[in-house]
Design a protein around this ligand. Structure first.
Ligand code: GUN
Ligand code: FE
Length: 421
């Protein structure tokens, strides 16, 4: 079938309309018109008449994944320096890698490989940190737009406590950020997001300017929060007048004044969790990164019970895989480890973890991440081995999440258009 955005799919359909249940349909029907899901049903609907049928019998059809925290320039340092903790890893590796993106030719070489791999892994929506460099960040956006995937992209801001090659002049950084926002704010798929690296890398002047830009252009914000005890101590020393780490972002209009993604959120008091729950702030759980950098075990159940919006991220290169099913499994594993020491924190079920990595994350972009009427047709088609054909659709998904690989993902669609090479 040609790359056509109105068609009917026939196969094993599965998705999570809410976190407590899968809906699955063996040999079900999904009608896509002009890039949107019109219906999902057990029987072939009348609306399917006249549309081309895509036969996916014996395969799984599921929503694409949402990876709401990752660093594109760190794609090439995956696995390196994993014996370090956060601050030493940043100094020892990351702050030596990211200056390379001052050269746009380097970005042209690396970023297409990154985008291809992310898409092949089934990620259809993402929130990406680029680097401080405006030209390379534009190049990353161009590649994502050309590919046709959904993304928020941030030109990173850093004007203090950083390697000299990554320390910007504050006014210039703000000018570049504003120009970047103006260039991308109306793109249908690739949008700007304000991206102070984390509190230790930005001055009060920078945060003041970024808060104003968020308000002026009504663009979202992303950063890091309470990932590592050394980082939290540093924030206390830099901003002693603020009660909590999150109070600093909040004071400058960078904590839910526009939709905000905060990666990690591991070491939070009950009071901080309650504050977060009352704001338009999403905690991005990055389980692989949290283990690799020995950052800690995020109390995910506590955040969910308090009503915090939680989504998932790969956080490469703190994380080591762009393949979100493995982050889903790691999130479940970490929650099980926590439940051993804290029996009141019930372990995450697969439907919950799948929901966080699809519909919960997709919500940041609008209606994507589920296979419900009105949602964007952002979905994957995956192989099911012959020896699993006799199982229920939910069991086939369980097998895919735990044992599948990117090679099992045959096709990836965004807005009803194929985006996988
Ligand atoms: N905090 C500030 N910068 C970074 C980064 O690049 N990765 C992670 N994991 N945490 C950070
Ligand atoms: Fe990160």
């Amino acid at each position: 079938m040609e790359n056509h955005d109105s068609f009917v799919l026939h196969g094993n359909i599965i998705y999570t309309p809410d976190k407590n249940k899968f809906i699955s349909l063996k040999d079900g029907w999904m009608v896509v018109e002009k890039g949107k899901i019109i219906s999902v049903s057990a029987e072939k609907p009348a609306s399917a008449a006249g549309l081309p049928i895509k036969d996916c019998k014996g395969k799984l059809i599921m929503p694409g994944f949402a990876d709401l925290h990752l660093h594109a320039p760190q794609f090439i340092q995956i696995g390196m320096g994993m014996d370090y903790k956060l601050l030493d890893w940043l100094d020892g590796y990351t702050f030596k890698e990211e200056p390379k993106f001052a050269d746009p030719d380097y970005a042209r070489q690396i970023y297409p490989i990154f985008v291809d791999e992310m898409t092949a892994c089934g990620t259809t929506s993402s929130a990406i940190f680029a680097t401080i460099h405006k030209e390379s960040t534009d190049i990353l956006c161009d590649i994502l737009a050309q590919k046709g995937v959904r993304a928020y992209v941030g030109k990173v801001n850093m004007d203090t406590n950083s390697a000299p090659a990554l320390t910007e002049e504050t006014a210039k950084s703000l000018q570049d950020t504003e120009a970047f926002i103006e260039k991308w704010q109306n793109h249908p798929l690739v949008r700007p997001i304000i991206t102070p690296r984390f509190v230790p890398s930005v001055t009060a002047d920078m945060m003041t300017g970024l808060g104003k830009l968020a308000e002026k252009y009504q663009v979202p914000v992303q950063s890091h929060l309470s990932e590592n005890p050394g980082e939290i101590q540093l924030v206390k020393e830099l901003f002693p007048q603020d009660k909590y780490y999150m109070s600093v972002y909040d004071r400058f209009g960078l904590f839910g004044q526009t939709p905000t993604l905060m990666a990690h959120c591991i070491h939070l008091s009950a009071e901080e969790i309650a504050i977060m729950a009352g704001k338009n702030v999403y905690a991005v759980h990055c389980p692989a990164s949290n283990l690799n950098l020995t950052s800690g075990l995020m109390p995910l159940r506590k955040l969910l019970d308090a009503g915090v919006k939680v989504v998932m991220g790969s956080d490469i290169g703190g994380g080591h895989t762009l393949y979100m099913p493995h982050e889903i499994v790691r999130a479940i594993e970490i929650s099980k480890i926590r439940s051993i020491e804290h029996p009141e924190e019930k372990a995450l079920r697969l439907s919950e973890a799948f929901y966080l990595a699809t519909k919960a994350g997709g919500e940041f972009f609008g209606q994507t991440g589920s296979l419900e009427t009105g949602y964007s047709a952002d979905f994957l088609i995956t192989d099911v081995p012959d020896f699993q054909q006799g199982r229920t659709v939910e069991e086939q998904l369980q097998y895919f999440i735990y044992h599948g690989t990117a090679q099992d993902i045959r096709e990836v669609y965004v807005n009803g258009l194929s985006v996988k090479n």
